[in-house]
Design a protein around this ligand. Sequence first.
Ligand code: HGA
Length: 610
Amino acid sequence: MCGIVGAVAQRDVADILVEGLKRLEYRGYDSAGVAVINNNNELLTTKRLGKVQELAQALEQQPVTGGTGIAHTRWATHGVPSEVNAHPHVSNNTIAVVHNGIIENHQTLRSQLQGLGYEFLSQTDTEVITHLVHHELKTSDTLLSAVQKTVKQLEGAYGTVVMDSRDQDNIIVARSGSPLVIGYGLGENFIASDIMALLPVTRKFSYLEEGDVAQISRFKVSIFDTNGEPVEREAKDANVSHDSGDKGEYRHYMLKETYEQPTAIRNSLEGRLVNGMLDINTFGEGADEIFKNVEHVQIIACGTSYHSGMVARYWLEELAGVSCNIEIASEFRYRKSFVPKNSLLVTISQSGETADTLAALRLAKEIGYQSSLVICNVPGSSLVRESDLAFMTKAGAEIGVASTKAFTTQLVGLLMMTVAIGQHHGMSDEKQTEITQSLMSLPAKLDEVLALASSIEDLAEDFADKHHALFLGRGDQYPIAMEGALKLKEISYIHAEAYAAGELKHGPLALIDAEMPVIVVAPKNDLIEKLKSNVEEVRARGGLMYVFADSDANFASDDTMKVINVPVCDDIIAPIVYTLPLQLLSYYVAIIKGTDVDQPRNLAKSVTVE
Ligand code: HGA
């Protein structure tokens, strides 16, 4: 999604801004732009359609100088991707604005502003902010107060940064529904939508809260809440590796992150299992009390995180004996739902900023959920700050848009949560130990799975001319089939669907022919015989299958079936183990298709707009 970087400094900031944008590239975008105020109080704006590199080249050819500036990578919501629609947007050569989010009442504001004589150059919703600030400034003493008046008129979501070419000393920032973080430097200060952008220039950050408006100058940052009252937002040192954005020897971030999974899981387990038993403090203060009272769990998530939540439903009901529902955040947030007694709301989000999930959490609090927990990879993110409890996955920065290590570490967190809740619902000590031991065996098991890479790469050729694929699984492998299908469509653009294998005969069998590869996730478990019957249904209709199975499942390759032997593992961790071969398959198919693996078309990483 869109990225924002801004700076007020003595030195020239264009390079800092562009580097910041590069560090946000992984989020996905279609165009980029930068504006700085030069020493003559002129606004110098450069925008380019496409990659940040295009913008960087344009700035190399025509450098801009100035210590105050703002920059943006845009992922279009209103108006096609184009240079004109790229941010910053400018009003009357003085006010420049970058914005993440959606201004829902933009049509009304646009008409009002046009009535006042403002001419719109772009199709974006953002441009209304630009002219509105310009208009409010006519009756305001300061840019700060003009922005405060402006945001009161905005409906929707925004993280926005505003500057005025006549004032080199300040930028004004405002947050409602889209994250912004202030970075503190020595005699210079910064703003960004994600700390990643600012790691080269500072380690000290404070997050703005909903409704905050702040004035940032070189030596001072003043923050005001929704009521305009001055507030403090605690500044903390980020403990994130500076180079987490480095691809190293790997061709793509996605491949690197796939291979990082054993380490990411080891890190996510570290310090959380004491003498083989789960340390309840892993989830934060008060976790024990909350888990003791839980009678129902409602999981809310989007995309890949939704799939990890689906696996957790199997675990929670089977292992912890607690009822569990799961729903997509964008559905949950717009319907009236029943809140069972003593319900825990669990949200799952890699970034902790997923707009729909955050809105769902806020709604859940209003309608009476007793407590909330988030499974998240980004400390200090909105979901972490607004939830009662948090399990922090320690996946490290995930740059590839298609999630890999965030997903498997989420599953680790959800399995630990199952144990934590199960402890209070009659889960035996033996069962707890069995689960924690399985978890500890995971990193080594995943190393074994990664060793299958070259045989999976060999399969990818078969998919080169295919347009559709079907993924099948049963039980807790059904969500893994769904995740496999999602991965394939995200990065290879092959249309892929997942079905619970028992559903085949209720429709999808009609699609089976030699042009439709069928991928089956088939560890030996209680459902294997049922799954084998489904495999026969596909075979009888001339389907070609790719079966990921352990040796105990007893499949043999033949004309209609290629079997990929996955190492035998405990049932409990099988969903995590079987995820990796499917990630690799999608990756190698995407390579053959020649797609942009790390930044697939039309997609963005942290989905901070609805
Ligand atoms: N609505 C604005 C910004 C979009 C955005 O935040 N995307 O992540 C636009 O379309 O330009």
